[in-house]
Write a protein that binds this ligand. Structure first.
Ligand SMILES: [Zn+2]
Length: 351
């Protein structure tokens, strides 16, 4: 699989929080020859080098494998489905979208239905829309008919979006780039790093359940004693609506290094080292200070692990369809490689 094919496959994979299986399977089939994979019960997938360097320190590379989705809560007598969100959705972006439900007999397509405009009163038209009032319609007319499709309480749901690559613009349009573009960058970094060029051990982890509260990374932090962590993210880009003077994260402006968000104030020493690596290697980058948001970095740094976040700007990150650029993905891979190959025990001890 080449890099673009891998990004498309990862974007298309069905992997809401708690059911990251398809993502895990894709990565297990595409491991660098020098790596082996192990899973834990939370569905975290660890990528360990075959040959562990005895004296080496540990560099943890993280990207979360889950995507925002939904879960079936109940099936109503008219056949429609009541659901709960997995992760942060803006209801405005949910209504009307096509979804896929993974049932006993495979995937079933449906539509998220809010009350159609034809049947709304003038009062209803003015009210903000909420997820509670929405149902998923799979085209059936009774509860029995919906059950007969293999759908039941507890089934997982994701947007029905097929990933496209625009050759002219060199951008991907698909779902779940938060954080599948990060998963792709992590895997490519492990494929490209020269194991002989640094002393440490680079361990990858595709962490589960980030979108419901960083649960996978919490388990990883207790399992792997890392000396530093690099978190890849498909991070929200604000360039298509923010005023030009205030843009924090723009598509095609390079890898984003998060300096501040609600979950972490990034380690100044490690951040400076990473920025210098970008400068020395002429890798385009941008630094973001975000009012909201959070990443798995928030977990790792509280386990006493100096952590940075390398973000690949993603427009409309928690929508059913989003954009990201191939060049930003490449900048993230190149910077991760430069950092890994420049770290040393002396530098680590200075953090
Ligand atoms: Zn994310």
């Amino acid at each position: 699989m080449n890099q673009k094919e891998r990004i498309i496959a990862l974007s298309n994979a069905f992997g809401p929080s708690g059911l990251e299986d398809e993502v895990v399977e894709i990565v297990k089939k595409d491991l660098p020859s020098s790596y082996e994979a192990k899973e834990d019960t939370l569905r975290n997938l660890y990528l360990f080098p075959h040959q562990k360097k005895k004296e080496g320190y540990t560099i943890l590379l993280d990207a979360h494998s889950d995507e925002v989705g939904f879960i079936v809560q109940s099936i109503l007598s008219n056949g429609t489905i009541r659901f709960l969100p997995l992760g942060g959705w803006d209801p405005v972006n949910v209504a009307g979208s096509a979804v896929e439900i993974l049932g006993e007999q495979g995937k079933v397509s449906g539509i998220v239905a809010a009350k159609p405009v034809h049947f709304m009163s003038e009062e209803e038209k003015k009210k903000p829309i909420d997820l509670d009032s929405m149902r998923i319609d799979v085209g059936t007319s009774s509860k029995e008919e919906t059950l007969s499709l293999g759908i039941d309480v507890g089934c997982f749901i994701v947007p029905a979006t097929k990933c496209l690559y625009n050759e002219q613009l060199e951008i991907f349009q698909g779902k779940a780039f938060d954080c599948r573009i990060g998963c792709a960058a992590l895997l490519q970094t492990l494929h490209e790093i020269d194991q002989e060029s640094f002393l440490g051990n680079a361990i990858g982890v595709l962490s589960a359940q980030e979108e419901v509260g960083d649960r996978g990374s919490e388990c990883v932090a207790r399992t792997i004693r890392a000396d530093v962590a690099i978190c890849f993210e498909g991070c929200p880009a604000d360039d298509s609506f923010e005023s030009p003077d205030c843009i924090q994260t723009a598509m095609k402006k390079g890898v984003m290094l998060r300096a501040y968000d609600r979950s972490m104030i990034t380690h100044p020493g490690f951040q400076k080292f990473a920025l210098n690596c970008a400068k020395e290697n002429n890798i385009p980058y941008q630094v973001a200070v975000r009012k909201g948001g959070g990443t798995n970095g928030g977990v790792y740094h509280l386990h006493n692990i100096p952590t940075i976040v390398l973000g690949i700007p993603t427009r409309f990150a928690h929508n059913g369809t989003c954009f990201c650029a191939y060049q930003d993905y490449r900048n993230a891979v190149d910077l991760a490689k430069a950092i890994i190959q420049s770290l040393s025990p002396e530098i680590l001890s200075s953090f």
